[in-house]
Design a protein around this ligand. Sequence first.
Ligand SMILES: [Zn+2]
Length: 77
Amino acid sequence: MTATGATPAGPLGLSEQLWEVLACPCPRHEAVVPDEEHSAIRCQACDTTFPVRDGIPVMLLDEATPGPQGIGGAGTQ
Ligand SMILES: [Zn+2]
């Protein structure tokens, strides 16, 4: 994947700007990180993952895969 366009893409093809504003919709509203292996977005707090479809992050709890502790579950604290 070589970027040839004028807009540099961040992880998962999403812009760095977008990553700055993305947050998990769980009660913690924690920042999210890219999960390149699964082409998904992962919450740092609850490990819930969200799919990316056609370059668009689907930050919906209905579409999410809950983490081991559930959505908003115990994380690092
Ligand atoms: Zn979360």
